[in-house]
Design a protein around this ligand. Structure first.
Ligand SMILES: [Zn+2]
Length: 197
C-alpha cells in the first residue's frame, strides 16, 4: 500500500480518480497499487457519502481479485485517454468509451427521493455487491464529463512533466497546484534569468 495522501485537485471525482497515477513531485503518492488503495481513495474522496454506504464498499472490495484490479487500471487508462482527448476539445474514441460503458453496465439499484435539509432530493440508491461496483460513482462521473464534451472544460497542468488533469470552467487555471507546479515554474524561470544575467 502506498501513501494515502491523494492529490484531490481535479475538481471532479472522475478526474481525481484519473489522477491517481502519480504525483507532481514524481513520487507515487496517491497512486493505486491494490484494492486497499482503491478503498483509501474512495474514502478520501467521500465518493460514497454516508458512513453506511462507505462500510458496504469496504465489504464489497474485500473480495476484489487481482484480475478485477487489472480492470480498475484498464478503466483508469481509458478514462485518461478520454481526458487527453477532451483536453484537446476532441471527441473521445469508441474503444475508450466502450470500457467506461462496461463499468456502467455493472450499475444496480434504484432512484430514490430522500429528505435533505427540508427538501426532497433525487438520488440513486446503489447496491455494492461486487468489488468493481465500488467504482460506479466514478464511472458515472466519467460518463457525465464525456457527455459534456467541450463544456467539460478538462485541462492539463501546464508543467510538461506533470500528469494531473483538472476541470477549469473559468479557464483561468494553469497549474494543478500553484504551491507545487506553479512555484516550481517560477523557481525555474528565476534560475534562467540569473543564468542569463
Ligand atoms: Zn502540475
Amino acid at each position: 500500500m502506498v501513501s494515502p495522501g491523494f492529490y484531490l485537485v481535479g475538481n471532479d471525482p472522475a478526474i481525481d480518480f484519473a489522477n491517481t497515477v502519480d504525483s507532481p513531485s514524481g513520487n507515487p503518492a496517491g497512486a493505486l497499487e491494490c484494492w486497499r488503495d482503491v478503498v483509501a481513495f474512495l474514502q478520501a474522496l467521500g465518493a460514497h457519502g454516508p458512513q453506511s454506504a462507505a462500510a458496504s464498499i469496504v465489504e464489497a472490495v474485500k473480495s476484489g481479485s487481482r484480475s478485477d484490479f487489472e480492470k480498475v487500471l484498464a478503466f483508469r487508462a481509458a478514462l485518461r485517454n478520454a481526458l487527453a482527448t477532451l483536453e484537446q476539445d476532441h471527441v473521445p474514441g469508441r474503444a475508450d468509451v466502450q470500457v467506461i460503458n462496461e463499468m456502467l453496465k455493472l450499475d444496480s439499484g434504484c432512484a430514490k427521493l430522500s429528505a435533505t435539509g427540508g427538501e426532497w432530493k433525487l438520488s440513486r440508491e446503489r447496491t455494492f455487491n461486487g468489488p468493481l461496483r465500488a467504482l460506479i460513482p466514478i464511472a458515472y462521473a466519467a460518463a457525465e464529463l464525456i457527455a459534456m464534451g467541450k463544456d467539460s472544460a478538462v485541462r492539463k497542468c501546464s508543467s510538461p512533466t506533470c500528469l494531473i488533469y483538472f476541470r477549469d470552467p473559468a479557464r483561468r487555471r494553469r497549474w494543478c497546484s500553484m504551491a507545487i507546479c506553479g512555484n516550481r515554474a517560477k523557481v525555474a524561470a528565476h534560475a534562467r534569468r540569473q543564468k542569463e544575467a
